[in-house]
Ligand binder design. Structure first.
Ligand code: SF4
Ligand code: SF4
Length: 342
């Protein structure tokens, strides 16, 4: 985050200006740098220790998380909602679209159609995550041919730690799928960038160096994500935080769209409580841009700077500590390290 801003933004009488000053770019004031779409809400084929969805599948989630994912709540995003989002993101060349939030994107039955639609609509960067279990050869070929810009494979562990942390029993299959994806990418001459990532959690650290050594031969970038708590849904994450609470980059860089089109200021609004829903993309009078620039959203940002957390999910959240600005941001990865959006 921009260190020089921290003392100003916690002072009084500078809320509006200080909040405006935190946008990373001029374009970022008009439209979120990243719009995240929740393609597969609560649907995944892994059981990650570091993720509430994985915990639900494995049977060790908290009562609160189990209530959030009670039967009937796990849904795929409709193509109509997705297309509305992609069409608007495409109007902003500096903006990118992230296929993720709360589930495994490749399990969406229309994932490839969605990537193709977004690229044909001219979204500048379409990025997705996957646990790579379903990244078999035909699927990999379709994804590459659809024009996905960045595929980030979540491989939270290596020989000894993978199964403890992802609990899906597919380590060898995942490794083979990701290596073949790289080979296919090169054979087809596709522009898709391959990122391998892991959550930097205690059980993984003894194998972190081996993980990097192995994957740097195949991936364009290997990155490690902070062990965050998903809004206090995972105990013990985010153990060390700076003494002074910093503004959270989410509010200046991201919008999240839930599976039914609800627009959320943060990926942590999993239950989409009414006070955290800023609009719906199916409302003909609503746009993502109007929500991003609304007085309601400005108040949420300004409130963050003086410790008035308007969004309930922000009040006891610790994930601001892993919310990256500047050199550590995903924007920097896309632009500088992967060479996109130039
Ligand atoms: S692969 Fe992703 S969505 Fe699935 S359980 Fe793991 S962290 Fe959660
Ligand atoms: S402080 Fe937490 S809940 Fe609030 S915007 Fe940041 S990550 Fe989301």
């Amino acid at each position: 985050m921009p260190q020089t801003k921290s003392h100003e933004v916690h002072g009084t009488g500078v809320r509006g200006e200080a909040a405006a000053a935190l946008f990373l770019t001029v374009a970022g004031r008009a439209f979120p740098s990243c719009t995240q779409v929740t393609l597969s809400h609560g649907i995944c084929d892994s059981q990650c220790l570091s993720c509430p969805i994985g915990r639900v599948r494995h049977g060790d989630a908290t009562e609160e998380v189990l209530r959030e994912f009670r039967p009937g709540t796990r849904v795929f995003m409709s193509f109509e909602v997705f297309a509305r989002v992609a069409d608007e993101v495409a109007q902003h060349p500096e903006a990118w679209l992230r296929m993720h939030a709360r589930g495994e994107p490749l399990l969406h039955p229309r994932f490839v159609d969605m990537v193709r639609y977004a690229k044909e609509a001219r979204v500048s960067v379409v990025q997705s995550f996957t646990d790579a279990i379903s990244l078999e050869e035909n699927r990999a070929r379709e994804i590459l041919e659809a024009g996905l810009d960045v595929l980030e494979c979540s491989i939270h562990g290596h020989h000894r730690s993978y199964e403890k942390l992802m609990r899906n029993g597919r380590f060898e299959q995942v490794r083979a799928n990701v290596i073949r994806f790289r080979e296919l990418r090169d054979a087809l001459g596709a522009p898709t960038r391959l990122v391998v990532s892991a959550v930097d959690q205690p059980e993984f650290r003894p194998e972190k160096a081996d993980h990097r050594r192995f994957w740097q031969d195949y991936a364009d970038e290997v990155i490690y994500r902070p062990h965050h708590s998903w809004g206090n849904r995972i105990d013990g994450a985010c153990a060390s935080l700076p003494a002074t609470r910093a503004p959270c980059a989410q509010l200046w860089t991201r919008l999240t769209v839930g599976p039914t089109g609800n627009v959320l200021a943060c990926f942590n609004s999993w239950s989409e409580a009414p006070e955290e829903v800023l609009g719906n993309v199916l409302d003909p009078h609503t746009t993502l841009a109007s929500i991003w620039r609304s007085s309601a959203y400005s108040a949420i940002r300004s409130g963050q700077l003086e410790g008035n957390y308007i969004l309930p999910c922000c009040r006891s959240c610790k994930d601001w500590g892993g919310s990256s600005w500047g050199d550590d941001s995903y924007e920097n990865l896309i632009d500088q390290k992967l060479g996109l959006r130039r």
